[in-house]
Every structure is written in structure tokens, then in C-alpha cells.
Design a protein around this ligand. Sequence first.
Ligand code: PMT
Length: 416
Amino acid sequence: MPSRNLPLAGKQVVLGVAGGIAAYKAVEVCRRLEDLGAAVTPILTASALNFVGLATFRALASNEPLVDLFDSSDPIPHTRLGRTADLIVVAPATANLLGKFALGLADDALTTTLVASGAPVILAAAMHTEMWLHPAVVANVASIRARGYMVIDPDAGRLAGGDVGFGRLVDPERIVEAVLGVLGTEGSMGPLAGRRVLVTAGGTREAIDPVRYIGNRSSGKQGIAIAKAASSLGATGTVISTVATPAIPGFRLVEVESALEMHDAVLARLDEIDVLVMCAAVADFRVAEIATSKIKKLQGVPELVLVENPDILLDAARAVRERGLSVVMVGFAAETDNPLANAREKLQRKGVDLLVVNDVTEEGAGFGHDTNAVWILGADGFQQRVERSSKDVIARQLLDDVVELLGRSRDAGAAN
Ligand code: PMT
């Protein structure tokens, strides 16, 4: 039984091992993660078995190692592991594994689990120098990083066959440190530890033609502040963003552009979250038909026909109710007149638990600023004013209210 005081106590970690000479170091990574309290499930590729034996992982890991999807007693082990993992760490991540993950290919137990998971992923790369420097591998690593996953560069040193150069898997200690950085001490003890939070940030862009779009002034600052605060309180999760977003420990970044893309990205993740915060400024309308080439001025003033976008929050709240999920739903409202009356109506219509209202005509509030001033309204009639403060402070206040609501739903669950 792992001690509750261990920094990774209660964490489910999938340890992927791909086929490279450095696979032997994964054994040490497995042992250290277990020593820190994690329950490790090793997933080995078929070629990893040429370098390390299953018996070793069986002896060290809490959970049965997996190699072949079809040999498991569980009919769908990859989706179960993908959903329950707090983190997936792959060591070593070979050129082949990185290439497949960059493309979303899923043809064995490890790659299907990676693609089936919303958990944060750390890939510790290891391969020959020429492979690491190949333009295709460089592009694959860049695309993986752009999606918010962590790739640990290999070290320089002795490689297989006696060569010396870049490509050596970093020491197990570095890999374990990276895991601790994501799931580590503060996180494992914070009030949102073990909770998965989905935050949307930024304004959607609705294409008119290949160069123009309808957009709004949202900078993403408020949404990013919420994801950062959630991370520091122990949550893991996803930021679905239309703007450049820094890496946030424990959070995966999904970039989208339009309301329709954001709609699909949010709705696809409802089963794996405890909290949804819709901070994004979503365009209510999009252009009915996007021109395939640039609209020329000489063609005269274009007539743009708009159609309504789906309401993401409304659809998400409905899906949560219909599927009997337990998700704390938080909306935002950017108002210019009668903020409280309009927001109360919005809170009820959208069926959310909390609504954060900013009167964007107030000095230092709303779009683009580093500060905000809000009311937080609850479905139960709760109302709280937070005077102008940094978006980090607003985020923290909101998450305190979310923690309170999560506690209440847990108590209600226990009483039933
Ligand atoms: O990004 P910043 O520059 O930091 O600015 C922060 C902010 C002003 C964007 C943020 O504080 C804010 O108010 N976000 C919500 C803006 C908005 O779209 O408000 P709304 O009243 O139009 O929408 C109400 C809610 O429904 C929002 O949670 C919105 O995400 C959601 N919505 C709206 C339309 C739509 N089609 N689908 C939605 O889900």
C-alpha cells in the first residue's frame, strides 16, 4: 500500500517503452516511479522486447505490463489506460515512435494508448545522432511540442555501436524529475489534485476567405491564468486555445481556430473531465460559405451571409446532463449593459453551475487587459464581487469556488 505522503501516491502512470538499446534504462524509471508512490503500467512495443524482458517489469510495476492489445484479458485496454492515466511517459521514445505519435498513428498497444488519452505525455527521445537531426524527426518533434506535449532532448554521449554524439537517453533521474514536475508534490497535495480541468481560452476566428476572418479582442490571458492556477492547485487537464499558450505543467494544449473546431474539441472530452471552464470568446456567427480564394476588391463589396454557430457551453451542459456525468460547468459572460441581469438569464439558459461576469466597459476589465473585475454568480443564487485585480487573482478566486462545488458534489455523492 503506497504511503499517502509519497509525492506520486495515488497517481496512475503509464510507462511506454519503445525498441531501442536505451530500453534498459526504463527499468530504473519504473522502479523509481514505484518508489515515489506511482502505480506504473508498463507498455512495451514488440521491438522493445528485443532489449528488455517482461519479467523484469512484472516484478517492479504495480500493474501487469502490456505488449499486445489482443492478448489482454481487457477487451479495450488502450482506452481504459488512456482514460485512467494521470500521465504517460515514454522512455526511450524512438524516431519511429515519435513519427507515429506526431501523425496520430495507432497500430500497437503503446501508440493506441497514447492516441486514446487526454493525459499529459512526456517523451524522452533516444536514437542515433543522424536520426535525431533528420529533418523529418525535427519536424515531428516540433509538431508534438506544438500540441503541448513534452519532449526531452537526448544527451550527448556514447551511443550503440560505440559511436559518440547526440542521441543518448537522459538519465532515469531526469525523466523522473520531469514526471514529478508535472504530477509533483504541490500538485499531489493541492485541493484540485486528481481533478481534470478543461479550459478554453482566446477568441475564435471564423474564416471569410483564405486570408480574412471574423474575430474578437480576446487575448486568452484570462483562460491561460485559470489553467495555470488549476495546475498549481494540483489539477491536470487540457487547454483548448486559439492563441499561443505557454506550456502549463500537467496540461495538454489543443489548438483550434473556429467555433466549430472548439465545439468538437470540447464535446469530445466531457467524459474525461471534472470541471469545464468556458472562458473563450466564441463567435456566435460564422460565414455561411468560406470563399476558397481571396475575395478581390475589384469584385465589389462582398455580401457575407452569416449562420449561427452552435453554443458550445449549452451543448456541453446538455450532454453532461444527458450522459449523467459529474462535471462542474463554468461559463463566462462578457457584458456591456445590465451585466448582472443579463448574466443571471444566461446562467439559467445555459444550465451552468457558475458564471463569471465581466462588464467589459469597466476600466481594466475584460478583453486584452492584464486585470479583470468580475461577479461570480452561482446557480444556487450565490453572488460574489471580485474588484479589479490581476487575472491570476480572479482565476484563483474562481477556482476556490469550484473547489467548494466539487466538495459539495462529493458530499452529496457520499450521502446517496
Ligand atoms: O481573453 P482575454 O483577453 O483575457 O479576455 C477575457 C474575456 C473577456 C474573453 C473573458 O473574461 C470572457 O468574458 N469570456 C467570455 C466571452 C463571451 O463569449 O461571452 P458571451 O457572453 O458571448 O458567452 C457566454 C458564455 O457562452 C461563455 O462562456 C462563452 O465561452 C460561451 N459561448 C458563447 C457562444 C457560443 N457560440 N458558444 C459558447 O460556448
